[in-house]
Design a protein around this ligand. Structure first.
Ligand SMILES: NC(=O)c1ccc[n+]([C@@H]2O[C@H](COP(=O)([O-])OP(=O)(O)OC[C@H]3O[C@@H](n4cnc5c(N)ncnc54)[C@H](O)[C@@H]3O)[C@@H](O)[C@H]2O)c1
Length: 456
């Protein structure tokens, strides 16, 4: 009876702090996901501390600056005025009531999950853990990551023998000596102005009910709806289901696009017609290939894990194969279109319009534009690019371009313009008017009639 009262006291004290906005919230990883999340909590009057290993980011934030285009420096300054700080010093983890982990989860060179960022984060948190804290993983990963990877490091690495609370554990032991662990996937859609962050329900999978309760109270201060699931693995799988659903459907529509081109049917017209069906159909659009830190990567986290269960995820592999082939398809279509104009790609000047992986954002990760540029260069074309979000482009994980943005005043000098990203700021009628040939992989020239346009 006494033990039960003690555990209730720990949880109700944290819940009370959340209610009164005196709870201290730590966000580890201040990137595209972590920084906006930190600002959301700061706007809700929580004292937020951001943790990152990137000293440049921490210094920029310390000066009230921003390194993400859609986040104005004013937002950082407002957050700083209400107590937001950023640091590389993980000893401050000790002062936090709740810690949210938003670090990268890429694939390695062998297309396998690279959990090194989660591992390093866990190793940095562990020595600073204290009893009653809640640790929430937000990074996308395969089912089992929270309990099989994160928890053992946290338990092993803390010098005072703290254990993660498990179902039933708080009935037997005092909660003094335990911390709570939760997985709650991030569902941000960068660049989507149609839905407010507050309206995106937050899925929460706790290892037991006290952590889940604390996470629900904290997220409930921001998100209008929280969705509890029974385990971290269920929450991890939820995120993967969502992204695999997108990946597979995009592959389907990409394949149908290729067939439609052969059949002389306009796939975009077909999708517009199909989406008038008020049930049972959701529109997905073809494009030059997948990009971003999620859809091209996350499904393969599950494929990898599935092997442990002698299971082959055929839909994921097939979708991957179709989507990976799309940049090659765009280049083949370009070669064909130029051939019809009596030109060879080798030695020609090609302008790639748009570098980011989707329109109106400044994110280049896994963008099909990078593959397209590389393929064009390998085939002997002189390639330049224009993208208002990237004055220059240097070297990244999988590319080394070292290029500078070409202004759009001499479009007629190029043999071909390839629309890879349909940024809203482009004047498409004018581009078509000036260009000799436009290869449009996004249907950005919809409604414009011209023999110079090849939609693919
Ligand atoms: N970007 C999106 O739209 C999006 C959407 C949903 C989910 N996600 C998931 O969210 C997670 C984070 O993605 P992101 O886009 O914010 O990545 P990001 O690369 O933009 O940011 C990650 C940040 O973590 C920091 N970091 C790396 N290792 C660290 C460590 N050991 N300790 C502290 N900080 C560390 C990096 O310096 C960087 O600032 C990924 O798992 C991703 O799959 C991303």
């Amino acid at each position: 009876m006494t033990l039960l009262v003690e555990s209730e006291t720990v949880v109700s004290s944290v819940l009370q702090k959340i209610e009164s906005r005196t709870a201290k919230v730590g966000v580890v990883g201040l990137g595209y996901v972590g920084l906006p999340l930190a600002l959301l909590f700061s706007n809700e009057h929580f004292a937020v501390t951001g943790f990152d290993i990137d000293t440049k980011k921490v210094i920029t934030l310390g000066h009230g600056g921003s390194y993400i285009l859609r986040i104005e420096p004013g937002e950082i300054q407002a957050a700083r005025a209400s107590g937001f700080t950023a640091t590389t010093d993980f000893s401050h983890i000790r002062d936090m009531d709740v810690v949210l982990i938003c670090v990268p989860t890429p694939l390695d060179n062998y297309h396998q999950p690279d959990l090194s960022f989660i591992v390093l984060t866990a190793e940095a948190i562990a020595p600073n853990l204290r009893s009653g804290q809640t640790i929430i993983l937000e990074s996308t990963s395969y089912p089992g990551t929270t309990e099989e990877v994160l928890v053992p490091i946290l338990e092993r690495g803390n010098p005072i023998g703290l254990k993660a609370a498990r179902k039933g554990s708080s009935d037997q032991d005092s909660m003094d000596g335990e911390f709570f662990v939760v997985f709650s996937p991030e569902r941000e859609d960068p660049g989507n102005e149609n839905i407010s962050r507050h309206d995106i329900p937050k899925v929460i999978g706790g290892m037991e009910e006290n952590g889940a309760k604390i996470a629900a109270a904290l997220y409930g201060s921001i998100f209008r709806r929280t969705v509890p699931v029974s385990t971290p693995a269920a929450a991890e799988m939820t995120k993967l289901l969502e992204n695999i659903y997108r990946c597979v459907n995009i592959a389907l529509v990409n394949e149908l696009k290729k067939l439609s081109i052969r059949m002389g049917v306009d796939i975009w017209e077909v999708i517009d017609a199909a989406k008038t069906k008020p049930f049972g159909f959701q529109a997905f659009y073809p494009g030059p290939g997948l990009g971003g830190h999620c859809i091209p990567i996350d499904p393969f986290y599950l494929s990898w894990k599935a092997r442990e269960f002698d299971f082959h995820t055929r839909f994921i592999e097939l979708a991957g194969e179709v989507n990976v082939g799309m940049p090659y398809f765009v280049v083949d279509q370009t070669i064909e279109a130029m051939g019809l104009q009596g030109k060879a790609l080798r030695g020609s000047r090609v302008l790639v319009l748009g570098l980011s992986y989707k329109k109106d954002i400044d994110d280049l990760r896994e963008s099909p534009s990078l593959t397209i540029i590389e393929l064009l260069q390998k085939r002997g074309a002189h390639v330049e690019y224009n993208d208002p979000y990237f004055p220059t482009v240097g070297r990244g994980r999988h590319y080394a371009l070292d290029m500078t943005c070409t202004p759009l005043d001499n479009i007629s000098d190029f043999d071909c313009v390839i629309i890879v990203t349909d940024h809203s700021s482009y004047d498409y009628p004018k581009i078509v008017e000036c260009a000799k040939l436009v290869v449009d992989s996004r249907n950005a020239t919809k409604g414009i009639q011209s023999p110079k346009i090849v939609r693919c």
